[in-house]
Design a protein around this ligand. Structure first.
Ligand SMILES: [Fe+2]
Ligand SMILES: [Fe+2]
Length: 326
């Protein structure tokens, strides 16, 4: 996630007055960090990083869902999708507004940053081409968002974000229920079931990747040290599987993971991480597992929709004279 600090004009050290010790003492007595005045440079950098990933993820989900919403089977279904998209834009705004409070240039972050500098999960770079794929994304991707944000809500030491997430959590619950309700309906019909299965086949593993490097390889330990997050990547991946795998079993959709009693947790039943053919949207599972370095290289290169989505989000600013002279 290098590069986040490059988009800020004001260096964190000039803005964040506290030492590490002062932050730790403040947190040790159960107080929250209420603003930049309670931050050390390290806390500020870490909070900027996690907030940027969160805001970018919310932001890009809007054009990704909009693309698929064009295929809504009826006008009221299109309305539900629009309401989800509005929620996502509001979630993104919360994140960018807080980054503005943390000394970052919001216009640059949102409207002037190159597409390749956005920090959302690779999964959103793979296009959603149908209504079925949209509702499967609600069941899988919004569930991932819910897990990640619920964890931040419970453990974050940054008060303004923690409080804002009470609303976000409720809306993410609506999104994932939208996905589940639709999947339950679709699987009753053989053609619908086949379409759901085909979507889940590529989306499930992409969402597993979403939680990032295994704990044994994880960088950015300040996310846990400072209580930015409560659970580790592997714990969050397990939490997500504990929500998704039983649901998919209930509706008869196959996923490459199961609960293993002897491990008291979920086990992934396919090579992981694996190579992905992004044009065909297929996992090359016969080739066996690949290294996380290979996954990071794919993430860094971004995927097929990156430019398209960011251009959609920035177009109005770029074409209506709002762009600032520099
Ligand atoms: Fe969201
Ligand atoms: Fe959502």
């Amino acid at each position: 996630m290098a590069g986040v600090s490059q988009v800020s004009h004001v260096a964190s050290a000039e803005l964040a007055p506290w030492t590490e010790e002062q932050v730790q003492q403040h947190l040790a007595v159960g107080k929250l960090v209420e603003g930049i005045q309670h931050m050390s440079p390290k806390y500020l950098e870490g909070m900027r990083r996690i907030l940027t990933v969160s805001a970018d993820t919310e932001f890009v989900s809007a054009p990704a869902y909009l693309r698929a919403a064009q295929h809504a089977p009826a006008l009221n279904n299109f309305g539900s999708a629009m309401s989800i998209i509005q929620d996502e834009l509001a979630h993104a705004h919360i994140g960018y507004r807080l980054l503005g409070d943390l000394g970052m240039d919001m216009d640059e972050l949102i409207y002037e940053r190159p597409a390749s500098s956005f920090k959302y999960p690779y999964a959103f770079d793979v296009p959603l081409n149908s209504w079925v794929e949209l509702v499967c994304a609600n069941a899988l991707y919004d569930q991932a968002g819910f897990v990640l944000l619920s964890d931040v809500y419970q453990s974050s030491t940054f008060g303004p974000w923690k409080r804002a997430l009470a609303k976000v959590d409720k809306e993410e619950t609506f999104h994932l229920r939208h996905g589940r309700t639709w999947i339950r309906k679709l699987v009753k019909d053989p053609a619908g079931r086949a379409e759901v299965q085909a979507a889940v086949d590529w989306m499930f593993i992409l969402t597993l990747e979403w939680f990032g490097l295994p704990d044994s390889m994880k960088k950015h330990s300040e996310q846990l040290d400072y209580g930015f997050k409560g659970k580790s990547n592997d714990e969050l991946r397990q939490w997500w599987m504990s929500e998704v795998v039983p649901f998919m079993e209930e509706v008869g959709i196959q996923v490459p993971a199961h609960f293993a009693n002897e491990r008291d947790g979920y086990v992934i039943d396919c090579p992981f991480p694996a190579a992905f053919d992004e044009e065909k949207r297929e996992w090359l599972l016969d080739d066996g597992s690949i290294s996380w370095d290979d996954v990071l290289a794919r993430w860094r290169a971004r995927g097929p929709m990156n430019n398209d989505y960011v251009r959609t989000l920035q177009r109005g600013y770029q074409t209506t004279g709002l762009r600032r002279e520099r």
